[in-house]
Write a protein that binds this ligand. Sequence first.
Ligand code: GLN
Ligand code: ZN
Length: 766
Amino acid sequence: MLTQNLGYPRIGSQRELKKSCENYWAAQTTYKNLLQVGKNIRHENWQLQKEAGIDIIPSNDFSFYDQVLDHSLSFGAIPKRYNEVILKKGNTELDLYFAMARGYQKEGLDIVAMEMTKWFDTNYHYIVPEFYKDQHFKLFSTKIIDEYYEAKQLGIVTKPVLIGPVSYLLLGKEKEAGFEKIDLIKNLLPVYLDILTRLIALEVEYVQFDEPFLTLDLTVKEQQAFTFVYKEIRKAFPHLKIILATYFEGLENNLALATTLPISILHIDLVRAPQQLNTVIEALNDQIILSLGLVDGRNIWKNDFEQSLNLIAQAIAQLGEDRVWIAPSCSLIHVPVDLANETNEKNLTPEVKQWLAFAKQKIEEVVTLKNLLENQPSAIALKKLELNQLAKQNRATSQLIHNQLVKNRVAAIVEKDSSRINKFPERKIKQQALNLPAYTTTTIGSFPQTPEVRSWRAKFKNGSISSEAYDELIATETAKAVKWQEEIDLDVLVHGEFERNDMVEYFGEQLNGFAFSKNGWVQSYGSRCVKPPIIFGDVSRPHAMTVKWTAYAQSLTSKHMKGMLTGPVTILQWSFVRNDQPRSETCTQIALAIRDEVVDLEKAGIKIIQIDEPAIREGLPLRKLDWQNYLNWAVKAFRIAASGVQDETQIHTHMCYSEFNDIIHNIAEMDADVITIETSRSQMELLDAFANFKYPNEIGPGVYDIHSPRVPKRAEMVHLLKKAKAVIPEAQLWVNPDCGLKTRGWDETKRALIEMVEAAKEMRNN
Ligand code: GLN
Ligand code: ZN
């Protein structure tokens, strides 16, 4: 029995890579220094895994920006527009690489970056390969080979990790008509063969091919591509030990395909799909080794050793010890680096900490599981088992986690709790009392979070200003924002969210059941890292969270002040979620807490309340078959949050930056009185879905993109509004930007919103 790891975080335990890359981009550090930082991280990671006792250690899991982009560069899949970057004297391969990732704006060139999108259902974003008809691939960067060699020089034998050829193609996008990306498989094969030839010349024994698409629905053509390409690889390298890694879901309808490929080791995800173990074992021919993905690479909880040992024993009983490996479920880039860095007991109490494992601890868990299966487990391993069981037991009963009142409340939810008193048409009549003009103007919530505002919060957190002084500063900033919105004649105002660090963290910090790490960073894209809250226990709301600032802002104006909340699905989606109950249960608990806040806002005289759900789309399961189940509970959670108020109170929701066409019915089922949604980048194309389906409630299609400092012209916004009016009845339309303005500066924000208000007036007078 061997242990393997599929991939280790590469940001460095103190986010060294982030800092170094950003310094390099700002010309504040040298190329040589940046390379050295990368090298140090790789060495540390290899060394750490070796010392922990992992048998098969990955290489090529390091990346300066993104592993998919690494492959595009390696395979020479470089869009033509970057040719000029290559030709510029002094530019290195890494400069080209960063240009592909981030665009290139210097020396009179202005070349856009490649597109970025989410990596399956994670919060990691990869750079989308661009494919052209008859595209050929050839080795451009030797990173894969170099990193293997680098480790070898250090005396560490590694397993190069490659994205498998089928998944690599499926991750990309056709940039011209007349072909399907999967047709490129024949052209892609030679570059894989080339790389493998070079690796084998360096005595590589194992190669890992990541093929996560094997856990998704595949077309016949895609299935054939799998068979074709792995047969060819096998033909060329009869002795290579091919590890086929699948993760994020079970193999299900692709099981027969995966198990008939000429591979040596099949890795499966037993965290997401533990039920697949027996069927996979049955389908396995007697050559293939099974790698059990037992330790959760997507979440931060300690492994349940007892359960894992059972699964391993089950596999060994049927396959024999030599044909069973132990591993994390997927690459560990989706979890923070090292729990030992969490030394602040105020953030993460020892009680919560004992339930957690970050990447380094997960590596140790994999090795401990192996040790526990040896004939004579070491005393240390046995001690670890004991501690593991202890933590499990006290997690099952801890007062910190389990709140019977919350559980009772969830159990007592009845049908009417997820419905407004009356249907929208009746609510709309009652909401006429709000007295809003046609083409009502509003914003999405946040106003610029200037460095100054951020510095107040930092000072408050480190104790250098008092909470009174902090409140005073926030109050002044809020009052300024309210006054200015009145001046430019916006219709529905917002308080500006100056008191909020982040739209999830702000609520999590005030709710029971949430914890926060100090250094629990996870790569989101490139140098950007996020620190998701940890939902460890039953969620409840000890006190009102937003009433103070909202009511204060309302007291300053006779216009309507819109309350601003983050929805239950988004809070769930952007956190590490407890794994001891279904996600739907946790989401319902959050929904009840938000519901209480909505009711409190209403009581405080707030008549319009927005519940943001930008993450509702990204929660969709990977397989379509599972969509409906998710949508049912997600939509219901939103409705629970929104339905505690009178018909006269207007509920808004907001969504952005996703494809909504295929879930438009479900969005309508959320039954918000108004939805504000991003549409300007697609020139209102997104609205077609709303129009075709005849979206019943009111809609605010974003009229300008907030991602750019560019100030839109009034005529452009009028043009977009006319486009919207052509497909949505005027009486249903609102006017607003695409998203919150917190990343913008005041100057451009002011100028843009003045134009927006004028555009709405022009529409009214038409
Ligand atoms: N109310 C939030 C804001 O304005 C919404 C942010 C979002 O959609 N991501 O910042
Ligand atoms: Zn948004």
